[in-house]
Ligand binder design. Structure first.
Ligand SMILES: [Zn+2]
Length: 425
């Protein structure tokens, strides 16, 4: 039996250099002959050891020999966390989710995206790469080691029998009406409640900001999917993709929403004009983002005799996101609970329909039962507070699709609201 454990030494993780820094560490896998990675054999775990004085500076990805790339951990560790010590990533981490854990992350964690995507039929042999990006200046560190383990039964079953090729198993609530399998976007409260912080004006990095994570889940009957139109614009002028416009921004592509409809036992796609996407050049991203995906707000509610008036204290720009499944709602975890209802394979029709692994320009989406998370330290996940804001109770609001560009089965549940106490600014 050939070895199923592969180990590599690391090296220095270079500091952010104002532009972009990416350190790439190869791990060679040899001798797993006549093996391909699928549901019966594949990658079981990835383990790392890192010394770093501020690990939330780091985005760490794993790239397999065919180029499939998954996020292991992206800017986790909060304001002061140091080091990854014997941290292993497995598809269903025994110690929980990495984004919920504390440094130095000793144990076995579910990564920030879906490890199952690696086990896609490719051969395990060849060069794998651990890709580490340091996204902030000053703190530095070192990768001491990385190892990969392969073995049997790497994937746990997380889909219903409804697939594009088995549409008979797909259900729709309104076969008489329109037979559409529409998505339903919601904000998962657990992520935003666990990653929410106010920074004072004395803070060097985030002065006067409220930062918060947002995870958008699809609890509808069909995927939330978009398709690039192939048409790129600077303003209203049609240009080549990759064109830099006179305002120095890159060209934007108009996108279509792909809506699935069940017709005579098959799924057909219909298209609806929707928003735009563009190539986001910021460190930690460098992929395509759908515009105007969410908006963050802090509001004060003022009760008058007749009604409650809402005053906006601060709001984010409309934040753009790469749409993909960073995770999927599982039974027995509390991430996908909304008003005490847990969403998972038991109550989501067509659970698992769709599969979106990456931030492409042609196609992106969120599967039925999937969710897409942006952590509190990601760019844009912030609301700037006004100076001299009085201490007191306010409401945090997170709204997905604030411009109502996308068709859903229910859009009255797109707003998440939480009462929060803010210190004097
Ligand atoms: Zn991004």
């Amino acid at each position: 039996m050939p070895s199923t454990n592969f180990y590599a030494n690391g090296g220095v993780i270079n500091d952010f250099n104002e532009e972009f820094n990416r350190d790439i560490f190869p791990i060679e896998v040899v001798g797993l002959t006549n093996q391909k990675m699928d549901t019966s054999f594949g990658l079981l775990s990835v383990c790392i050891n890192i010394n770093h004085t501020k690990i939330s500076d780091l985005k760490i990805q794993l790239m397999s020999p065919d180029g499939t790339t998954i996020w292991l951990t992206n800017r986790n560790g909060g304001n002061n966390g140091q080091d990854y010590q014997n941290t292993c990533f497995t598809p269903k981490g025994f110690s929980g989710y990495i984004h919920e854990a504390k440094a130095p992350f000793v144990g076995e964690y579910t990564p920030d995206s879906r490890m199952e995507y690696i086990n896609n039929g490719q051969s395990p042999n060849g060069f794998w790469y651990l890709i580490i990006e340091d996204l902030h200046k000053e703190n530095i560190g070192k990768l001491n080691s990385v190892s990969l383990k392969f073995g049997k039964n790497p994937v746990f079953n997380t889909t219903s029998s409804c697939t594009v090729n088995n549409a008979n198993a797909c259900q729709c609530s309104y076969p008489q009406k329109d037979s559409l399998l529409l998505p339903d976007l919601v904000i998962l409260p657990s992520f935003s409640v666990n990653q929410l912080q106010e920074y004072s004006y004395n803070d060097l990095q985030y002065p006067g900001q409220v930062r918060v994570a947002a995870s958008i889940a699809n609890i509808g009957e069909g995927p939330m999917e978009i398709k690039g139109s192939g048409k790129w614009y600077c303003g209203n002028t049609l240009v080549d993709s990759g064109t830099r416009c006179t305002n120095n921004e890159l060209a934007r592509q108009t996108i279509l929403q792909v809506i699935y409809k069940k017709v005579n036992g098959k799924l057909v796609k219909i298209y609806k004009e929707a928003g735009t996407l563009y190539f986001d050049e910021k460190p930690g991203h460098r992929h395509y983002h759908v515009d105007n995906w969410i908006e963050l707000r802090i509001v004060k509610k003022i009760r008058t005799k007749k009604r409650v008036v809402q005053k906006i204290i601060g709001k984010s720009n409309k934040v753009s996101y790469c749409l993909f499944d960073t995770g999927i709602c599982l039974e027995n975890d509390n991430l996908c609970k909304i008003n005490n209802v847990g969403y998972n394979v038991q109550n989501l029709k067509n659970y698992g329909l769709g599969s979106y692994t990456d931030c492409h320009s042609q196609s992106q989406g969120i599967s039925v039962g999937g969710y897409d998370t942006y952590g509190m330290l990601y760019e844009g996940q912030a609301i700037q507070l006004p100076k001299n804001l009085p201490m007191g109770w306010y409401y945090l609001q997170i709204e997905v699709d604030p411009l109502h560009l996308y068709k859903e089965s229910k859009s009255s549940n797109n707003l998440f609201e939480k009462k929060i106490f803010l210190q004097k600014q």
